[in-house]
Design a protein around this ligand. Sequence first.
Ligand SMILES: NC(=O)c1ccc[n+]([C@@H]2O[C@H](COP(=O)([O-])OP(=O)(O)OC[C@H]3O[C@@H](n4cnc5c(N)ncnc54)[C@H](O)[C@@H]3O)[C@@H](O)[C@H]2O)c1
Length: 442
Amino acid sequence: MRVAMIGTGYVGLVSGACFSDFGHDVVCVDKDASKIERLEQNIMPIYEPGLDALVEKNVKAGRLAFTTDLAKAVPGADAVFIAVGTPSRRGDGHADLSYVYAAAEEIAAAITTYTVVVTKSTVPVGTGAEVEAIIQKVRPDLKPGVHFSVASNPEFLREGAAIDDFKRPDRVVVGAQDDKARETMKELYRPLYINETPIVFTNRVTSELIKYAANAFLATKITFINEMADLCEKVGANVQQVAKGIGLDGRIGSKFLHAGPGYGGSCFPKDTLALVRTAQQHESPVRIVEQVVEINADRKKAMINRVRAMAGGDLSGKTIAVLGLTFKPNTDDMRDSPSLDLVPALIDAGATVRAHDPEGMEEAKKLLPDALVYCDGPYQAMEGADIAVILTEWTNYRALDLDRVKSLLSAPKIVDLRNVYDPAQMERDGFEYSSIGRPTTS
Ligand SMILES: NC(=O)c1ccc[n+]([C@@H]2O[C@H](COP(=O)([O-])OP(=O)(O)OC[C@H]3O[C@@H](n4cnc5c(N)ncnc54)[C@H](O)[C@@H]3O)[C@@H](O)[C@H]2O)c1
């Protein structure tokens, strides 16, 4: 089948590369010419494990190509995916759909044969209908269900494990209004059909809502365990054991029960907020999600208090080593990362901040204050620092040489916001150590 992928970011590039690996002919389109130039030289514009090899293999096989020219990629395509960004609209938190609608207009002008236009971007309920209306406005000659269809196919991949998630998903969700679209989508996902991946066919609005409901549920689960962690600290309980004790219950499940500094990333913050706004608009508020949004934002802001407490109440003149800047390991994505709250707050409080991140420092430079000192490795960041803060659980921070850490820090103090180390072990090793929802040593 022929596929055009509009938007070649985290989702578009991974989806495009995976569809080509399924055997389809895929053209990935982006209006960012520098991205396309780099991809043509097999230089990945994002960090995602395994992506460069997958792209190279499929480009060599002639199944994957890149262009800035949407008008050339769309004609003759069986499916055109919209995978552009849907960030929070400034001011009100609604999803900004301007990129989606602009892409829909361009696609409409370029359709030549029956095409399914698929929203892969995370879009609020009703967006598919709006995309259909835009296409009809631009091309009154095209009839929905006859010359084109608009379907919804939200993406559930996780950055850092994106290829595996795309190829071995828990499920695929397709929202379609007619059989022609359903048949095209079935054919596209045939390799997963053979693997017996559950494919949930539903109507467009339901599919659109499934994506937001999934993200809001996961964000709620994280927020729940974060609040349990705070309570654990007050009563002397251990949140990791609470998580294990509840997670073994099949109705609860053990995933997404890791307490930490608050969720970040390109999806949960904006999607929870967008769901809150959609629900308010329809006068059916999701009050639990409203609370989650508020609690999480407060939590990210409050993380500085843990570093301040370790510093004895005053951060001015202190040097803090921050290990990890991205919102999670194995990505270079900095969007809504907890570091965007913590690092500026530390600097405002008068601290010098020395940071390291294996993949995120280029992106971080665009978003964090110039005063932040970037270091070549975790040990360089800790040289002469008063406190080390573990903010992202990259593998190479999980097995630090603790004797070396001790010799580098001015005093052996670690604030571990990801619960990477064992408090008892840290006590034995002579560290002053605080983590989330577990006993603090001093
Ligand atoms: N990143 C994730 O983990 C993830 C997971 C699931 C769903 N999503 C959703 O997928 C969508 C895309 O997210 P992303 O992280 O890939 O975004 P991104 O910002 O990495 O990529 C979007 C790309 O679209 C391009 N673009 C915008 N308008 C265009 C146009 N008219 N023509 C061609 N290219 C255009 C941009 O230049 C950019 O490269 C969002 O709705 C997001 O919520 C993201």
